[in-house]
Design a protein around this ligand. Structure first.
Ligand code: F6P
Length: 312
């Protein structure tokens, strides 16, 4: 084994060589550290049984709550984060930085798709990072984003201004670069259609029918992180979670799910829209804000926009 090659391909090294600002780099790195504990808890079922304690010395916690605690502690530990919002919390959490300025704000979903753990499907952590004290901004202001996939392999995909890169957790507990500068092609061959078909709005139904006629293959796992990861790493395709008759704004949350994934998708050459405007340009003002989404290869996303504008 070429030891030097493996050492230089580690996550921290990569962040430093890519010139990522130290505070931002430590946030990305520490989420990576947190994800190892989340991974461990998930794979060993070490959530603490009633009357015993888990990694954090507490009584049994649901996995998503435990993941939230672990990530929150690691973010606090960086000393570079002033505000966080988590999908598991109902309000903004302020870290006391004792007057030190220049921090970051982080929005995260600690364990997206957590109900899939029971049936042994892949789930993930999603993180958006902003400079300054405001975690509720339009996604365009992100300075970095990442996600972790807990699947057959545990992988971390990050972007912070210089491409999108995948790291794989090895048996030594290190994240090692597996794919650098991931790119999404102009168009793809798969589609992931969220929502109940009976509740589709008529235009969305027609759009899906067109994709089917064009022989797009159905690929939907029910986990946003593995579904987006599939599009990124296969290099193309379209994920959709539309507004429906029962939920006009769809299901997926803008601050925790859509903004970070749209940031990474754009950074890899893809695109993301709500059907009219880029996801990253939407105002973000509420923790519970949702939006319809069409995200993936540029051609398919543009096609969705044209279709809903009545241009196709
Ligand atoms: O928001 C949680 C989530 O599980 C996503 O990971 C996933 O894309 C979506 O919900 C699946 O929703 P549904 O069960 O309606 O297809």
């Amino acid at each position: 084994m070429n030891i030097k090659k493996h050492v230089t391909r580690g996550l921290w090294n990569h962040l430093m060589k890519s010139g990522v600002e130290m505070g931002l780099a430590s946030i990305i790195y520490e989420v990576g550290v947190a994800s190892k504990y989340v991974n461990h808890a998930m794979r060993t079922g070490d959530l603490g049984l009633a009357g015993t304690s888990n990694l954090y010395g507490e009584d049994q916690l649901a996995l998503d709550v435990l993941a939230d605690e672990i990530i929150k502690d690691r973010l606090d530990h960086t000393g570079r984060v002033s505000r966080i919002i988590s999908e598991e919390q109902s309000e903004i959490i302020i870290f006391d930085r004792q007057g030190r300025a220049g921090g970051y704000s982080v929005c995260y979903d600690p364990l997206d798709g957590s109900s899939l753990v029971d049936v042994n499907l892949a789930v993930g952590t999603i993180v958006a990072i902003y400079a300054g004290d405001n975690p509720l901004q339009s996604g365009r202001h992100q300075v970095g984003a990442l996600y972790v996939v807990y699947g057959p392999r545990t992988t971390l995909v990050y972007g912070a201004g210089d491409g999108v890169h995948e790291f794989t957790l090895n048996s030594l507990g290190e994240y090692v670069l597996t794919r650098g500068y991931i790119t999404v092609k102009g168009s793809g061959k798969i589609f992931c259609p969220g929502g109940v078909r009976r509740d589709y709005l008529p235009e969305h139904e027609k759009f899906v029918q067109q994709l089917e006629q064009d022989a797009y293959k159905l690929r939907y796992s029910g986990g946003f992180v593995p579904d987006i990861n599939q599009i990124l790493l296969k290099g193309g395709g379209l994920f959709m979670y539309p507004g429906t008759t029962s939920a006009k704004q769809g299901k997926l949350r803008l601050p925790f799910e859509l903004n970070p994934m749209a940031y990474l998708m754009e950074a890899a050459g893809g695109a993301a829209t709500d059907g009219r405007r880029p996801i990253l340009d939407l105002d973000c003002y509420d923790l519970d804000q949702r939006s319809p989404v069409y995200i993936g290869s540029r051609d398919e996303v543009e096609r969705a926009v044209k279709f809903f504008a009545g241009d196709i």
